[in-house]
Design a protein around this ligand. Sequence first.
Ligand SMILES: [Zn+2]
Length: 307
Amino acid sequence: MRIGIDLGGSKIELIALDGAGGELLRRRVDTPRHDYRATLATIAGLVEDAEVELRQRGSVGIGTPGAVSALTGRMKNCNSTWLNGQPLVRDLQALLQREVRISNDANCFALSEAIDGAAAGAEVVFGVIIGTGCGAGVVVRGQVLTGPNGIAGEWGHNPLPWPSPEELPGPACYCGKSGCLETWLSGPGLASDLVLRTSSQAEGAWSAREIAARAMAGDEACLAALHRYEDRLARGLAQVINILDPDVIVLGGGLSNLGRLYESVPRLWARYVFSDTVRTRLLAPRYGDSSGVRGAAWLWGDPATRP
Ligand SMILES: [Zn+2]
């Protein structure tokens, strides 16, 4: 049995999978915010309760928005800031009396979709999360590619490629640079691009779903914003294809619900990819919001024993 934990800023979710990826049990509780000790106890309690209920012991994998510092073994880059600087893996291993694996949520998303999701059977998978932020992970033959810096797939803080003059220098990013893909391709990025091109500020509060609905209803400013968005996503992904040449790119996060992207973006990226034909497929996720917790469970096990 494989247990996956999705440790988010507001919820902690547990899933238990059987050997074939079937769901045995799922639990969801509030994250004890700003309390590291309580966060540890909550995770340990979820695992113990699941094992009692299912009468078996499992492997434990954790997905979080942050990363483990290769230098210190402590958490870094977590938006759940009370985790930063804490030896989360070591503490959980002590509590649970077993080895625990951890990876960031974009890696878990990519892994879940690569193992038995939309990209099942594909050799190289690039999984992108476009929502409040913009992250990604790389899976090669069923294994997460991590890298010596632990940042493989960290795509959102590369600059928007092939920029037009009016796209320079681009919006300021929290990372300290300007024009990062995240500032263009996240949901807030799409909304603020719309505001820049129109006189009203009201659009800044619109979600991607609202902008798409208004575009469908004939709002020209919203439709133009979507067209700009699609071309930027195509450019960003074309650069990934030029470097990694993945078999499949899977989209996740709130913006992956825009069905038009799967037709428009591959049509547009043909202009930017350095190849006469592009066989890379752009796919919607199979598991959607559940991919993070499923991918955490799949951090364990020889790929040969997976479905
Ligand atoms: Zn940035």
